[in-house]
Design a protein around this ligand. Structure first.
Ligand SMILES: [Mg+2]
Length: 243
């Protein structure tokens, strides 16, 4: 094959398992908000919130879904959706707009503090360190993790938050943006990710090589697409391609 110069990585469920962290983050930042806001109101002798945890969390989700429908260009910008939904919810609770904005922002601070607590696969740092000696590396994520606070960020001089570009994968924009920043043609680049629809198909359509991190071995693989069960198997694929 043509010599590979760059490798782009999806993050969530590729370099770490995301499920547990997302659950803890989702529940944790909202519980924090209700508790902190409840205490603040108590010190001001204001009535307790009428919002309960379960109903409040459900209402928060529905408000995000509604905002994503109403403002489709923002559908992948999860931080924006969360802020707007929390602000609207708190205003509906009777908070003045200025207070609603401040509390929503504080809750999202807590969200990002919890969200960053991912545990990369133990092989990830060593793998990226070795690859960075030979290839240019980039991250392309639809998620809203603050990568700058993640130690693995050191290996990604180029990091694309696709939601904030208002073009979440499978849109081609985040891939093309990464390739432009790396100054590499698609055929000299490879994308590694766990989502068939959001990672593998768009990369393949653009002419990139792609490595699908999946245990599904029923899927027929188009040209330039490879499958591995775990990120630690990536070097074997690269060795085969380069030989
Ligand atoms: Mg993923």
């Amino acid at each position: 094959m043509t010599a590979l110069q760059a490798i782009t990585f999806d993050l969530d469920d590729t370099l770490w398992d995301n499920h547990g962290v997302m659950l803890r983050t989702e529940e944790g930042h909202y519980a924090w908000l209700l508790e902190a806001l409840g205490m603040w109101r108590a010190t001001r002798q204001e009535a307790p919130l009428s919002l309960g945890y379960e109903a409040g969390l459900q209402d928060y989700l529905e408000r995000r879904q509604q905002f994503a429908k109403d403002v489709p260009e923002r559908r992948g910008d999860f931080t924006w959706l969360r802020l707007r939904a929390l602000e609207a919810q708190l205003e509906a609770e009777g908070l003045p707009r200025s207070a609603a904005i401040l509390w929503a922002a504080a809750a999202m601070n807590e969200f990002h503090r919890l969200r960053i607590q991912v545990t990369p696969h133990p092989e990830a740092a060593g793998l990226l360190a070795a690859l960075s000696e030979r290839y240019q590396l980039a991250a392309i994520t639809n998620g809203n993790i603050h990568l700058k606070r993640q130690p693995l960020a050191a290996y990604f001089p180029v990091a694309i938050a696709a939601g904030e570009l208002l073009a979440p994968k499978p849109d081609h924009t985040p891939f093309l943006t990464a390739l432009a920043k790396l100054d590499v043609a698609p055929e000299h680049a490879m994308h590694v990710g766990d989502s068939w629809a959001e990672d593998i198909l768009p990369a393949q359509q653009l002419g990139m090589h792609a490595v699908w991190v999946s245990s599904d071995d029923d899927q027929l693989l188009p040209p330039r697409v490879h499958r591995i069960a775990h990120i630690k198997d990536l070097p074997a694929i690269l060795e085969r391609l380069n030989s």
